[in-house]
Design a protein around this ligand. Structure first.
Ligand code: THU
Length: 131
C-alpha cells in the first residue's frame, strides 16, 4: 500500500474519531475503510445508555459500505484517542473476515501507527467455507 493512501486513511479515521459518541467509556474510536475499487467509508463508535446497543467504529464503517453495495475491502484504518494502540474487538474481526479474507489493518493514535493483516490477528477463523 502507498504511504500516501495509508496517511489519508489515518487522517479520515482521526476525523471520524472526533465524531465518536462515547459519553460512557470516553474511549473514542474512528475508522476509515478503503474498498477494492477505491471508495472510502468512515465510522465512529456510537454508545448507548443501554450499553449492549453500542456499535464499534469499524462495524459502522463496514455496514455503511455494505449497505451502499460495497463488499470487497482492501484496508481499514482505526484511530483511537488512547495512549496505547488498540486492536479491533472480536466481533469486528468476525465481521471483517465475512467480507475480506486479506484485509490490511492499520492501527493508529496520536503517537504511532502499526500495520497488521486480518489473517495475523484472526487465526483459525470461522467463515462461509465452514458451512
Ligand atoms: N470500540 C470500538 O469502537 N472498536 C473496537 O474495536 C473496540 C471498542 C468502542 C466500543 C465502545 O464504544 C468503546 O470502544 C469501549 O469499548
Amino acid at each position: 500500500m502507498k504511504t500516501s493512501k495509508i496517511e489519508e486513511l489515518i487522517s479520515l479515521a482521526k476525523k471520524a474519531c472526533s465524531n465518536a459518541y462515547a459519553p460512557y467509556s470516553k474511549f473514542n474510536v474512528g475508522a476509515a475503510l478503503l474498498t477494492k475499487n477505491g471508495k472510502i467509508f468512515t465510522g465512529s463508535n456510537i454508545e448507548n445508555a443501554s450499553y449492549g446497543a453500542t456499535v464499534c467504529a469499524e462495524r459502522v464503517a463496514i455496514f455503511k459500505a455494505v449497505s451502499e453495495g460495497e463488499r470487497e475491502f482492501e484496508s481499514i484504518a482505526i484511530y483511537t484517542n488512547a495512549d496505547k494502540l488498540s486492536f479491533p474487538c472480536g466481533i469486528c474481526r468476525q465481521v471483517m473476515i465475512e467480507f475480506s479474507k486479506d484485509l490490511i489493518i492499520i492501527l493508529s493514535n496520536e503517537k504511532e501507527k502499526k500495520i497488521y493483516t486480518l489473517k495475523e490477528i484472526l487465526p483459525y477463523p470461522f467463515t462461509n467455507e465452514d458451512l
